[in-house]
Design a protein around this ligand. Structure first.
Ligand SMILES: [Zn+2]
Ligand SMILES: [Zn+2]
Length: 392
């Protein structure tokens, strides 16, 4: 009886760690224990490890750990790519080993055996395309075309030379310190892909996210239908109600059915919970990137806009406060010899807050949802107009 609860506890702790690690910095978790776990996992644990290694093995070992950290985080490396292949491989292998014997089943037809192979293969192709395709490297040969294709908005992008590449950095481009090159329409450097996500491969990256979200939903649903088919074929509900006298209601049956499933099909339960959690996380990423594509913004730009809006708000507030102070000083001089307002009047009259000018995000690259999507699917540098730009 203790094994199922052990599995549930194991699943819950794993889910908590995964959610905290991946989503702990989201504003929704600010000030919660999930943010604390995220801080411990991403910073605290490493800090304590360094102190521990130095205390036990000396400075040499500490430098070795720092060197490994530099290799893993500051240089191109395939660690997370291998990790991705391992996750996909192990999960699919476990599904084949433990669940293919139930296909075809009561609710699941035989062609899901082949559809699952196609689903994983397409996912792998999208992974290879995103990882090994050119993200849109800006070179001495093409930078003038990129400069002409993406005008400077003089808000978050101003004309500047890249100090490393020694070329004029086009608007929307950024120098990736890991790949050591300037990337057009830079989104972010993706450790999982060991590649930058930029102008030319954002389409593969978004397709990868959407496809993996769909695979996870598909896997979790098929596993769920396998379990439902097993309940039906083995007449579990009938046996529980007819032989054990359990009340035939959802609340009466649920604990007994859950107990039977955890005892007989714990691998499928763990796999489907794992896939459901991944689907939730990927669903969030998909929604975020869909929003970015539709508004023609990149992850890099969304951070730049955040900083710009925060800065402008503070500046406008300071201006409004200064104006209000000036106005109140003027009015207090003219009202100095008037009778003071009654206490009741002052209590009910709301103090006027200085009106702050709202900050408007003027994204000049946003050309409407359809054209924005077309720009992701067919990047500007792959259009005929791009090659003509150099002679302009
Ligand atoms: Zn550069
Ligand atoms: Zn990069």
């Amino acid at each position: 009886m203790e094994v199922p609860w052990l599995l549930v506890a194991h699943g819950s702790v794993t889910a908590l760690v995964v959610v905290s690690f991946l989503c702990g910095q989201w504003p929704i978790f600010e000030g919660t224990f999930i943010q604390s776990i995220n801080h411990f996992l991403t910073f605290g644990a490493y800090h304590y490890l360094l102190r521990f290694v130095q205390a036990v093995c000396g400075t040499g070992a500490r430098d070795l750990v720092l060197g490994v950290e530099q290799y893993c985080c500051d240089r191109p490396n395939p660690i997370l790519q291998v990790f991705y292949v391992a996750i996909i491989g192990v999960t699919y292998f476990m599904i084949v080993q433990t669940s293919f014997e139930y296909i075809p089943g009561y609710y699941v037809s035989g062609w899901h055996r082949y559809l699952s192979i196609v689903a994983v293969a397409v996912g792998a192709i999208l992974f290879v395309l995103t990882s090994f395709s050119d993200p849109g490297t800006v070179t001495a040969e093409n930078f003038s075309q990129y400069v002409s294709a993406y005008p400077y908005d003089n808000i978050i992008f101003v004309e500047k030379e890249c100090s490393t590449c020694k070329i004029t950095r086009p608007a929307r481009a950024k120098h990736c310190r890991i790949c050591d090159k300037c990337v057009a329409r830079f989104d972010h450097h993706c450790g999982w892909m060991n590649n930058c996500i930029g102008e030319k491969n954002t389409r593969y990256f978004v397709a990868f996210l959407v496809w993996h979200f769909l695979i996870c939903v598909y896997g979790a649903l098929v596993l769920g239908f396998i379990l439902a088919g097993e309940l039906k074929e083995r007449k579990v509900i009938y046996i529980l109600t007819a032989y054990y006298g359990i009340e035939n209601s959802f609340l009466g049956l649920f604990p007994h059915v859950a107990q039977w499933l955890l005892a007989v099909h714990n691998t499928q339960i763990l796999l489907s919970v794992f896939l459901a959690i991944l689907a939730l996380l990927l669903g969030g990423f998909c929604a975020y990137h869909a929003h970015l594509c539709l508004t023609n913004t990149t992850t890099n730009e969304s951070f730049k806009w955040q900083d710009y809006i925060m800065w402008m708000k503070k500046e406008n507030e300071a201006k409004a406060n200064a104006a209000a102070l000036k106005a109140s000083m003027g009015s207090s001089n003219s009202e100095a010899h008037k009778a003071p307002p009654s206490k009741w009047r002052s209590f009910f009259v709301r103090s006027r807050r200085p009106s702050v000018e709202p900050v408007v995000k003027n994204n000049i690259y946003d050309r409407g949802m359809i054209r924005n999507m077309c720009e992701v699917i067919v990047p500007l540098s792959e259009r005929k107009s791009f090659s003509r730009r150099k002679s302009d």
